[in-house]
Ligand binder design. Structure first.
Ligand code: CDM
Ligand code: ATP
Length: 283
């Protein structure tokens, strides 16, 4: 195989409950991951000398810290593969946006290089490797919108009401560790069953991080207030992005045409199966 171009889609957390805190400081969550048909694109070309190159560099992220490079190196170590790759990353997703951009880049790298290097690892192996890179990586490796528990690694595929989403980035980067360290964060939401969450539907869905993020980042609150005038709106992950769900594309276009300057906004379609897995013929 000479080269491979693959999507790295975004996710939204349509519900996010924090149900506890583990001894290692990580938080136990219940969440509904919604995959989107929009995201970054990665291009992989094999090398025989074992080197991993990445271009262009992601501003503010050192080469060795980039989740693409970390995923590629981890895969080399886990498989004993001596091949390398030149990787190009077309970045569209905002960083620190709660859209899982870095995690999705890592998942696409794991699946892309597994294919390019002919390793034949299965999705269980790749999801296990991915979890060591970040809590959001496994859902992108498995490629299905899902109900998730644990720190995001116990996944049950679900079919969500796909429709359209308007996503607004209010121009601030939110630090995920800072939100999870905030003393006032709700950490004791009683666990619910997946069946109950799905039965209650979007009207009842909320994000336990939202009050803390509103307090720490007023710009996020402003975006939420503005979008809520058009449709019920929520924070995704730890932010900074906020979103609303719409049945018609024309409603999304109408809202987008009114978004003021200073905010980055886009529309995307929800999907139950990842564009990555469709591109690889896996689902
Ligand atoms: C909030 C979510 O976006 C929901 O999808 C994810 O749980 C965050 O996943 P992520 O960005 O992949 O997070 P990681 O890179 O694994 O963790 C970043 C930091 O956030 C905190 N963290 C993250 C996830 C979690 N369940 N509990 C935590 O306390 C930890 O301090 C961790 O050091
Ligand atoms: N390839 C990458 N793309 C984006 N961020 C990266 C990448 N590699 C490392 N990072 C680091 O990871 C951090 C989180 O980036 P990411 O785009 O995944 O945020 P996020 O959308 O808030 O993710 P999540 O929803 O998983 O919390 C960035 O601030 C950056 O320092």
């Amino acid at each position: 195989m000479t080269s491979l171009s693959l999507p790295a889609p975004a996710k939204l957390n349509r519900l996010l409950h924090i149900t506890g805190r583990r001894a290692d400081g990580y938080h136990e969550l219940q969440t509904l991951f919604q995959l989107l048909d929009t995201g970054d694109t990665l291009h992989f070309t094999p090398r025989d000398d074992g080197r991993i190159t990445l271009s262009p560099a992601v501003p503010g992220v050192a080469h060795a810290d980039n989740l693409v490079v970390r995923a590629a190196t981890l895969l080399q170590q886990a498989s004993g593969c001596r091949r390398g790759a030149d990787i190009r990353l077309d970045k569209r997703l905002p960083m620190g946006g709660g859209l899982g951009g870095g995690s999705s880049n890592a998942a696409t790298t794991l699946l892309g290089l597994d294919r390019l290097w002919g390793l034949g690892l299965d999705l269980d192996d790749l999801a296990g490797l991915g979890l060591t890179l970040g809590a959001d990586v496994p859902v992108f490796v498995r490629g299905r919108s899902a109900w998730a528990e644990g720190i995001g690694e116990r996944l049950v595929p679900v079919s969500l009401d796909a429709g359209w989403f308007v996503v607004i980035h209010p121009g601030v980067a939110v630090s995920t560790p800072a939100v999870f360290q905030a003393p006032e964060l709700t950490r004791d939401t009683p666990p619910i069953t997946m069946a109950r969450a799905l039965q209650e539907g979007p009207i009842a869905w909320r994000n336990d991080c939202q009050p803390t993020v509103r307090a720490l980042y007023p710009a996020v609150g402003e975006a939420l207030d503005w979008l809520s005038h058009h449709a019920p709106s929520l924070l995704t992950g730890t932010g900074a992005c906020v979103f609303c769900h719409l049945t018609q594309e024309s409603e999304a276009d109408r809202i987008l045409s009114r978004v003021g300057e200073g905010w980055q906004a886009f529309k995307a379609r929800g999907c139950d199966t990842s564009p990555l897995h469709r591109a690889l013929g896996l689902l």
